[in-house]
Design a protein around this ligand. Structure first.
Ligand SMILES: NC(=O)c1ccc[n+]([C@@H]2O[C@H](COP(=O)([O-])OP(=O)(O)OC[C@H]3O[C@@H](n4cnc5c(N)ncnc54)[C@H](O)[C@@H]3O)[C@@H](O)[C@H]2O)c1
Length: 371
């Protein structure tokens, strides 16, 4: 049986959800049957581009499409209500990160999933980056010994809060938009729970542009395994940078170490037109400028009939949800999937760290202990 799939929120990243749904349809895993977005102009654009029927709100879409599963790519603060509404109707849910911006919200979602016996998965796509899969495997098999400490950085160009998220950037910040990815990634790799968090932040540049939020947040997290990591998170980097995202990780163990530079993967050029790959790829410029593409994230290839064939870890992470739902629809159990995907419990853990980051910021950088 092929499950019916819908997307909720078809904005900048929701477009990736539509592509992943179409890819699952092409591979015969699921059928993407519709999407909902409250912006009528965007609905028209996406319908035209992808040939999938769009609806103006959740209820109209659910009534018309009767999906078995939905993926949610609305602004962060809407994930909870939309997810709970779907779970209460017995619909499996993949939600974008952060799962919710409160611990109580995450618990509501987990509760609703448990009551309905439904899958609740979080789109922590960094886990699907092949370099991170490799790093996790090497740590898991003991190749670096015991993880002692590390450092991860994730820094976006200022176009992300000013253009991409212009309508809701003030309700987010580098810890919510970027940090939760790394909190999940590191927690998954070291197999630890955060026990201590401290953070400092700066609000210098964005407030001058009318966006009252942090430019940067630096945080240190200590895990129950004894490992400690520092995270540099920012989204005010100048437009002139070579990539939308400057990111990487260094990890040091008792027997070895590894670093991954997730921005500069070896390709470099100086071209006119769009330089982004996949996300915001339509935003170009006339004058040639330097760029370093991250081709692992997303690529549109061709299938034998000349149709588009999507791949990359942004697709893989969403497609994994589709495969999980297919497994469940064909006799598989939630118990058999346990530990093999980013779950509601993982989403809760990343949110717990992000909330502690904000508690520490509010307390002038004090160390917050998590039970
Ligand atoms: N996994 C990743 O790497 C990644 C990358 C970027 C963004 N995100 C996450 O994806 C989510 C969306 O981010 P974005 O950048 O696409 O934002 P966006 O503002 O571009 O898109 C959000 C869309 O949701 C629509 N919307 C709002 N309320 C709605 C409702 N009630 N029902 C249906 N649609 C509604 C808006 O009209 C808009 O088109 C956020 O949670 C963000 O953190 C994840």
């Amino acid at each position: 049986m092929k499950p019916r799939l819908c997307v909720i929120g078809a904005g900048t990243f929701g477009e990736m959800h539509l592509r992943a749904g179409l890819q699952l349809t092409r591979e015969g895993v699921a059928d993407l049957v519709g999407f909902a977005d409250t912006n009528p102009e965007l609905v028209r654009l996406r319908e035209e581009r992808y040939g999938i029927k769009g609806y103006p709100d959740l209820d109209t879409m659910l009534d018309a499409c009767r999906p078995d599963a939905v993926t949610i790519a609305t602004p962060d603060f809407l994930h909870r209500d939309l997810a709970v509404a779907c779970l209460e109707r017995g619909i499996h849910v993949l939600t974008e990160k952060p799962m919710d911006t409160s611990v109580a919200g995450c618990l509501d979602m987990i509760d609703a999933a448990e009551r309905a016996g439904c899958l609740l998965q979080v789109d922590f796509m960094k886990r699907k980056d092949p370099y991170h899969l490799d790093l996790e495997r090497r740590v898991r098999t003991g190749q670096v010994g015991q993880v002692l400490y590390g450092y991860a950085w994730f820094e976006d160009k200022i176009e992300v809060p000013t253009k991409w998220l212009s309508s809701w950037a003030a309700r987010s910040d580098p810890a919510w938009f970027l940090g939760v990815h790394l909190f999940d990634l590191v927690g998954w790799i070291v197999r630890g729970r955060a026990v201590q968090v401290s953070a400092t932040g700066a609000k210098v540049k964005l407030p001058t542009l009318g966006i009252d939020t942090y430019d940067s947040i630096q945080t240190r997290v200590v895990y129950d395994t004894g490992a400690s990591f520092t995270f540099d998170l920012a989204w005010h980097f100048p437009e002139g940078g070579e990539a939308l995202v400057h990111q990487g990780i260094k990890l040091v163990g008792s027997e070895g170490w590894m670093t991954v530079d997730s921005q500069d993967r070896g390709a470099r050029g100086c071209v006119a037109g769009p330089t982004a790959v996949g996300v915001g790829a339509d935003r170009g410029q006339d004058a040639a400028r330097m760029f370093t593409p991250n081709l692992g994230l997303f690529q549109a290839d061709q299938d034998p009939s000349g149709g588009e064939w999507y791949r990359g870890y942004a697709i893989d992470s969403i497609a994994e949800f589709g495969r999980n739902v297919h497994f469940l629809a064909n006799g598989g159990s939630l118990a058999a999937l346990e530990g093999r995907y980013p779950s509601g419990a993982d989403g809760l853990e990343a949110t717990r760290v992000a909330v502690a980051v904000h508690d520490s910021l509010d307390a002038g950088g004090q160390v917050i202990s998590l039970g």
